[in-house]
Design a protein around this ligand. Structure first.
Ligand SMILES: CC(=O)N[C@H]1[C@@H](OP(=O)(O)OP(=O)(O)OC[C@H]2O[C@@H](n3ccc(=O)[nH]c3=O)[C@H](O)[C@@H]2O)O[C@H](CO)[C@@H](O)[C@@H]1O
Length: 368
């Protein structure tokens, strides 16, 4: 298959695309892939790291208020559609997949106008602006939460889950060892990160909690977000960090590591949730209050209702509330087992295979 993929800005849109590509290359070894991203998003690091060819375009989002910047946005969008058309002419894809972010808006719109089969993947329960716009033009829409179905033209929708779920469950036998971080393999590990970019409030709270984490029997791996690492190091000045706590900018190759954590503290982004439910990782979710229609709270509630996770709202987050929940879970293996079982019931560990079927359906329907 010749697959053109576009999704950008943040890890939650990029990792599902990469997981799909990895699986597609396994089942269809002749697959050729080209990825189109923005010049600024996380894809600039993550996509080439995964050995996938990346083309970039300059994009920006709309401002909510009327502003001159919006004219620039429209100009950049039209320029990107033009650029995307030339990429499509050169690459000649069989199908184009969009996983969200402004860049996928331009690429999928151009592909649909070119009569190339198109599929979008929506990771969230509340549909993103770009996918909402594209839903009129594309052939197929793959979703990961049932709640998204009614927000799209229903005849195009198929439930697939999130391909990243399949990727993490396929690596549960990885050789990864916590000793590579200076931690131990026989001690329960609590992993902490605030989404793919880190979250200042979570970071500050963890910094405040470090004197207590230092004294625990469990160990902690804390990723601050690449861009926020220097700020956290500044906050950490004068605070002692014991051997059981490690602070890093970013955790690469999460599919090898997440199966080896006892519990996770994180934002409630859709891709993170797909990973933890596929693996059954007990989770403390701190939804971002800065996202469209508060969708992370809805993501989190789906797990909390089934006792697969606990939620701390950002309003109630401080070192004390974090430690209460962290200790409750990390110091009780039976509770972790119960949460893991509940979480796994919500997982969709064959999502990539389902999405591949949808790609083929789009191709086949065009040949009819
Ligand atoms: C602020 C914002 O707009 N957030 C959105 C964004 O979140 P965000 O990009 O944070 O996405 P998710 O939480 O869904 O995914 C984060 C991804 O990054 C990985 N990871 C994280 C930290 C790290 O050090 N290493 C690493 O690999 C996680 O394992 C996961 O695969 O996209 C999601 C999916 O569309 C949405 O649900 C979120 O609401």
């Amino acid at each position: 298959m010749r697959l053109l993929v576009s999704g950008g800005g943040t890890g939650g849109h990029i990792y599902p695309a990469l997981a799909l590509i990895e699986r597609l290359k396994q089942v269809e070894p002749g697959t050729e892939v080209l990825y189109v991203g923005t010049t600024r998003g996380l894809e600039n690091r993550i996509v080439p790291d995964a050995g996938i060819k990346l083309e970039t375009m300059k994009m920006q989002g709309f401002k909510r208020s009327l502003s001159l910047e919006n004219f620039k946005t429209v100009y950049l969008f039209l320029k990107s559609v033009h650029h995307a058309k030339s990429i499509i002419r050169d690459f000649k894809p069989d199908v184009v997949l969009g996983t969200g972010g402004y860049v996928s808006g331009a690429v999928l719109y151009a592909a649909a106008k070119h009569h190339i089969p198109t599929v979008i993947h929506e990771q969230n329960s509340v549909v993103g602006v770009t996918n909402k716009f594209l839903s009129r033009y594309v052939d197929e829409i793959a979703i990961a939460f049932e709640a998204a179905r009614s927000q799209f033209p229903q005849e195009k929708v198929t439930m697939v889950g999130n391909p990243r779920a399949q990727q993490v469950v396929s690596q549960t036998d990885s050789q990864f060892s916590w000793t590579s971080y200076g931690l131990k393999d026989d001690v329960p590990t609590l992993m902490i990160f605030g989404g793919s970019q880190g979250a200042p409030k979570i970071n500050k709270t963890v910094v405040d909690a470090i004197p207590q984490f230092n004294k625990r029997e469990y160990q902690v791996i804390f990723a601050t977000g690449q861009k926020r690492y220097d700020q956290v190091k500044e906050q950490l000045k004068g605070i002692q960090i014991a051997d059981n706590v490690k602070v890093v900018p970013y955790i690469k190759d999460m599919p090898a590591k997440m199966p080896k954590v006892a519990a996770l503290v994180s934002r409630a982004g859709a891709t993170t949730i797909a990973e933890v439910t596929a693996l059954g990782v007990p989770t403390i979710l701190i939804p971002s209050p800065y996202v469209t229609a508060n969708h992370q709270v809805k993501n989190a509630q789906a797990l909390v209702r089934k006792n697969a996770a606990v939620m701390i709202t950002e309003d109630n987050l401080d070192a004390r509330s974090l430690m209460v929940q962290a200790d409750k879970i990390m110091e009780n293996a039976d509770l972790r087992k119960e949460m893991a079982t509940a979480s796994r019931k919500l997982g969709k560990p064959d999502a990539a295979d389902h999405l591949i079927k949808v790609l083929h359906k789009a191709i086949d329907d065009h040949q009819k």
